[in-house]
Write a protein that binds this ligand. Structure first.
Ligand SMILES: [Fe+2]
Length: 207
Protein backbone atom coordinates (compact mmCIF):
# COMPACT_ATOMS: atom_id res chain seq x y z
CA UNK A 1 0.00 0.00 0.00
CA UNK A 2 1.12 3.53 -0.76
CA UNK A 3 1.42 5.49 2.46
CA UNK A 4 0.44 8.98 1.42
CA UNK A 5 -0.14 10.06 5.00
CA UNK A 6 2.14 9.15 7.89
CA UNK A 7 1.33 9.50 11.58
CA UNK A 8 2.81 12.55 13.29
CA UNK A 9 4.69 12.06 16.54
CA UNK A 10 3.10 13.10 19.80
CA UNK A 11 4.93 16.24 21.00
CA UNK A 12 5.14 14.78 24.55
CA UNK A 13 5.23 11.40 26.31
CA UNK A 14 2.07 9.29 26.69
CA UNK A 15 1.96 10.01 30.41
CA UNK A 16 2.81 13.72 30.13
CA UNK A 17 -0.78 14.92 30.40
CA UNK A 18 -1.54 13.04 33.61
CA UNK A 19 -3.55 13.43 35.74
CA UNK A 20 -5.93 15.12 33.28
CA UNK A 21 -5.52 12.41 30.62
CA UNK A 22 -4.04 9.08 31.71
CA UNK A 23 -1.25 7.22 29.92
CA UNK A 24 -3.38 4.27 28.79
CA UNK A 25 -6.01 6.54 27.22
CA UNK A 26 -3.30 8.38 25.29
CA UNK A 27 -1.68 5.12 24.16
CA UNK A 28 -4.96 3.72 22.82
CA UNK A 29 -6.18 7.04 21.43
CA UNK A 30 -2.94 7.65 19.52
CA UNK A 31 -1.87 4.08 18.73
CA UNK A 32 -5.27 2.60 17.83
CA UNK A 33 -7.87 5.28 17.03
CA UNK A 34 -5.63 7.85 15.33
CA UNK A 35 -3.62 5.12 13.59
CA UNK A 36 -6.88 3.63 12.33
CA UNK A 37 -7.88 6.93 10.74
CA UNK A 38 -4.48 7.32 9.06
CA UNK A 39 -4.59 3.75 7.68
CA UNK A 40 -8.16 4.10 6.39
CA UNK A 41 -7.47 7.50 4.81
CA UNK A 42 -4.52 5.95 2.94
CA UNK A 43 -6.82 3.17 1.69
CA UNK A 44 -9.46 5.67 0.53
CA UNK A 45 -6.94 7.76 -1.41
CA UNK A 46 -4.79 4.90 -2.71
CA UNK A 47 -6.31 4.81 -6.19
CA UNK A 48 -7.46 8.46 -6.26
CA UNK A 49 -4.06 9.57 -7.55
CA UNK A 50 -5.32 12.92 -8.90
CA UNK A 51 -5.78 14.05 -5.27
CA UNK A 52 -2.35 13.03 -4.00
CA UNK A 53 -0.90 16.50 -4.48
CA UNK A 54 -3.62 18.13 -2.35
CA UNK A 55 -3.08 18.77 1.33
CA UNK A 56 -5.55 17.30 3.79
CA UNK A 57 -6.60 20.84 4.62
CA UNK A 58 -7.45 21.48 0.96
CA UNK A 59 -9.39 18.21 0.66
CA UNK A 60 -11.51 18.98 3.73
CA UNK A 61 -12.07 22.60 2.72
CA UNK A 62 -13.27 21.49 -0.74
CA UNK A 63 -15.08 18.38 0.49
CA UNK A 64 -18.28 19.13 -1.41
CA UNK A 65 -16.40 19.10 -4.73
CA UNK A 66 -14.88 15.63 -4.21
CA UNK A 67 -16.21 12.65 -6.20
CA UNK A 68 -18.62 10.34 -4.38
CA UNK A 69 -16.02 7.55 -4.47
CA UNK A 70 -13.87 9.35 -1.88
CA UNK A 71 -16.21 11.99 -0.38
CA UNK A 72 -17.38 10.10 2.72
CA UNK A 73 -13.97 8.51 3.31
CA UNK A 74 -12.19 11.87 3.28
CA UNK A 75 -14.90 13.37 5.53
CA UNK A 76 -14.70 10.57 8.11
CA UNK A 77 -11.08 9.34 7.99
CA UNK A 78 -9.48 12.54 6.67
CA UNK A 79 -11.41 14.48 9.29
CA UNK A 80 -10.29 11.93 11.87
CA UNK A 81 -6.64 12.45 10.93
CA UNK A 82 -6.79 16.24 10.79
CA UNK A 83 -8.82 16.64 13.98
CA UNK A 84 -6.58 14.35 16.01
CA UNK A 85 -3.37 15.94 14.72
CA UNK A 86 -4.73 19.30 15.87
CA UNK A 87 -5.85 17.78 19.18
CA UNK A 88 -2.37 16.37 19.92
CA UNK A 89 -0.84 19.78 19.32
CA UNK A 90 -3.29 21.94 21.27
CA UNK A 91 -2.43 20.02 24.43
CA UNK A 92 0.63 20.57 26.60
CA UNK A 93 1.85 19.42 30.01
CA UNK A 94 2.68 23.05 30.81
CA UNK A 95 -0.07 24.99 32.50
CA UNK A 96 -0.33 27.88 30.03
CA UNK A 97 -2.54 30.95 29.91
CA UNK A 98 -3.56 32.93 26.81
CA UNK A 99 -1.26 35.86 25.97
CA UNK A 100 -2.47 39.41 26.61
CA UNK A 101 -2.97 39.93 22.86
CA UNK A 102 -5.05 36.80 22.41
CA UNK A 103 -7.02 37.52 25.59
CA UNK A 104 -8.01 40.88 24.06
CA UNK A 105 -9.45 39.05 21.05
CA UNK A 106 -11.36 36.68 23.35
CA UNK A 107 -12.74 39.65 25.31
CA UNK A 108 -13.67 41.41 22.06
CA UNK A 109 -15.61 38.44 20.64
CA UNK A 110 -17.04 36.78 23.76
CA UNK A 111 -17.14 39.58 26.34
CA UNK A 112 -14.79 37.78 28.73
CA UNK A 113 -12.66 34.64 29.05
CA UNK A 114 -15.26 33.16 31.42
CA UNK A 115 -18.00 33.70 28.90
CA UNK A 116 -15.88 32.06 26.15
CA UNK A 117 -15.10 29.13 28.44
CA UNK A 118 -18.76 28.72 29.34
CA UNK A 119 -19.79 28.63 25.65
CA UNK A 120 -17.10 26.11 24.73
CA UNK A 121 -17.88 23.98 27.80
CA UNK A 122 -21.58 23.93 27.03
CA UNK A 123 -20.94 22.61 23.53
CA UNK A 124 -18.36 20.05 24.73
CA UNK A 125 -20.49 18.80 27.61
CA UNK A 126 -23.83 18.59 25.83
CA UNK A 127 -22.95 17.57 22.24
CA UNK A 128 -25.07 14.47 21.65
CA UNK A 129 -23.16 11.37 20.63
CA UNK A 130 -19.60 11.68 19.29
CA UNK A 131 -17.95 14.84 18.08
CA UNK A 132 -15.82 17.86 18.83
CA UNK A 133 -16.03 21.30 20.41
CA UNK A 134 -14.06 23.99 18.57
CA UNK A 135 -12.65 27.47 18.79
CA UNK A 136 -12.36 28.68 15.19
CA UNK A 137 -11.63 31.87 13.32
CA UNK A 138 -13.31 33.16 10.18
CA UNK A 139 -11.64 35.00 7.31
CA UNK A 140 -12.00 38.29 9.17
CA UNK A 141 -10.18 36.99 12.25
CA UNK A 142 -13.33 36.78 14.38
CA UNK A 143 -13.36 34.03 16.99
CA UNK A 144 -16.25 31.55 16.95
CA UNK A 145 -17.11 28.50 19.08
CA UNK A 146 -18.97 25.59 17.51
CA UNK A 147 -19.54 21.86 17.67
CA UNK A 148 -19.28 19.22 14.96
CA UNK A 149 -20.59 15.65 14.87
CA UNK A 150 -18.46 12.59 14.22
CA UNK A 151 -15.22 13.68 12.47
CA UNK A 152 -16.71 16.62 10.56
CA UNK A 153 -14.30 19.53 10.17
CA UNK A 154 -14.92 23.28 10.57
CA UNK A 155 -12.73 23.65 7.44
CA UNK A 156 -15.67 22.34 5.40
CA UNK A 157 -17.76 25.24 6.75
CA UNK A 158 -15.17 27.83 5.74
CA UNK A 159 -13.73 28.23 9.22
CA UNK A 160 -10.18 27.64 10.44
CA UNK A 161 -9.90 25.61 13.67
CA UNK A 162 -7.60 26.89 16.41
CA UNK A 163 -8.48 24.71 19.40
CA UNK A 164 -10.49 21.52 19.81
CA UNK A 165 -11.77 19.19 22.51
CA UNK A 166 -12.36 15.59 21.50
CA UNK A 167 -15.59 14.47 23.19
CA UNK A 168 -15.76 10.99 21.66
CA UNK A 169 -15.97 8.51 24.53
CA UNK A 170 -12.59 7.04 23.51
CA UNK A 171 -10.99 10.35 24.59
CA UNK A 172 -11.97 10.04 28.25
CA UNK A 173 -13.92 6.88 29.08
CA UNK A 174 -11.17 4.80 30.74
CA UNK A 175 -10.54 7.44 33.41
CA UNK A 176 -13.78 9.39 33.59
CA UNK A 177 -16.33 6.72 32.51
CA UNK A 178 -19.57 8.62 31.85
CA UNK A 179 -18.36 11.86 33.48
CA UNK A 180 -17.64 13.82 30.30
CA UNK A 181 -18.24 17.20 32.06
CA UNK A 182 -15.38 16.46 34.49
CA UNK A 183 -13.01 15.67 31.61
CA UNK A 184 -14.02 18.90 29.86
CA UNK A 185 -13.49 20.98 33.02
CA UNK A 186 -10.01 19.48 33.50
CA UNK A 187 -9.05 19.95 29.84
CA UNK A 188 -8.52 23.69 30.44
CA UNK A 189 -5.39 22.87 32.48
CA UNK A 190 -3.57 21.31 29.50
CA UNK A 191 -4.23 23.75 26.64
CA UNK A 192 -1.20 24.77 24.58
CA UNK A 193 -2.16 28.43 24.13
CA UNK A 194 1.12 29.21 22.34
CA UNK A 195 0.12 26.77 19.60
CA UNK A 196 -3.44 28.13 19.44
CA UNK A 197 -2.07 31.67 19.09
CA UNK A 198 0.38 30.55 16.39
CA UNK A 199 -2.51 29.09 14.38
CA UNK A 200 -4.42 32.33 14.74
CA UNK A 201 -1.44 34.24 13.30
CA UNK A 202 -1.08 31.71 10.46
CA UNK A 203 -4.76 31.72 9.55
CA UNK A 204 -4.41 34.26 6.73
CA UNK A 205 -2.53 31.71 4.64
CA UNK A 206 -5.01 28.96 5.38
CA UNK A 207 -8.50 30.29 4.72
FE1 LIG B 1 -10.41 10.87 19.31
Amino acid sequence: MHYLYLMINLPYAFDALEPVIDKQTMEIHYGKHYKGYVDKLNQVLESATEFHQKSLEELLRDLDSLPTSIHDGVRDFGGGVYNHELFWQVMSPENQKPSDDFMKKIDRDFGSFDSFKESMNKIAKTLFGSGWAWLCTDKGGNLIVMGTKNQDSPLTEGLYPLLCIDVWEHAYYLKYQNRRPEFVDNFWDIINWRYVEKRYENRKNNI
